[in-house]
Design a protein around this ligand. Structure first.
Ligand SMILES: [Zn+2]
Length: 199
């Protein structure tokens, strides 16, 4: 569940596509990833031209939905700003928000002194509401450094906070990665350590 490999990540690699036609399928078209390729399901009656058009449409759609689940650093930064506005009265204003691969025991971390936020690449591929939760958690640390009741009051403004904590707990348990369920810790010590690790 953690880091889902995406074999077609390379910019120049065209994805391997397998088209499956089904007689039972009348109008609906579907696409999903399976064993390193993309499967597109089409109704049997589709012409070659329709096939070509629908495969292109479905690949674009799949890519868009995957991009939403694995936003770029710029996308993450924008998302953080939206979440800060919506749930934290705009009080958290990070300078940098980015993905880092080297967070062995945290889902995310922040350094309040330079207002930087880092999210573990292990979150990529998880539902966007889970990523949003970790962002809100880190953003709230820019208002309140410790895990104080005030801190949790900010975090709990995010409606899916409890659900996301449960999700991450489940992932941590299943993956036995030793990742803390109550995820990121941004105590000043933790932040300093993270900043030092953060090459
Ligand atoms: Zn924390």
């Amino acid at each position: 569940m953690a880091a889902v490999p995406h074999p077609t990540d390379g910019p120049d690699e065209a994805p391997l596509v397998e088209v499956r036609r089904s007689r039972r399928r009348r109008r609906t078209v579907a696409a999903y990833r399976e064993d390193g390729k993309i499967v597109v399901l089409l109704p049997a009656r589709f012409t070659r031209a329709e096939e070509k058009e629908w495969v292109a449409t479905m690949l674009a759609r799949l890519e868009r939905s995957e991009r939403r689940r694995r936003p770029s650093d710029a996308g993450l930064r924008r998302r953080a700003a939206e979440l800060a506005d919506r749930y934290l009265e705009g009080r958290a204003d990070p300078l940098t928000v980015r993905w880092v691969p080297n967070q062995n025991s945290r889902w995310g971390s922040c350094t309040p002194s330079d207002r930087s936020i880092r999210l573990s690449t292990r979150l990529q591929g998880m539902p966007s509401w889970v990523i949003d939760y970790v962002l809100v958690h880190e953003l709230a640390h820019l208002i309140e450094t410790g895990h104080t009741p005030q801190f949790w009051a900010w975090v709990d403004r995010y409606p899916r906070a409890e659900r996301a904590k449960g999700f991450l707990e489940g992932v941590a348990a299943a993956s036995s990665l030793g990742i803390e369920a109550d995820p990121p810790d941004c105590s000043p010590e933790g932040a300093a350590q993270m900043a030092a690790d953060d090459l």
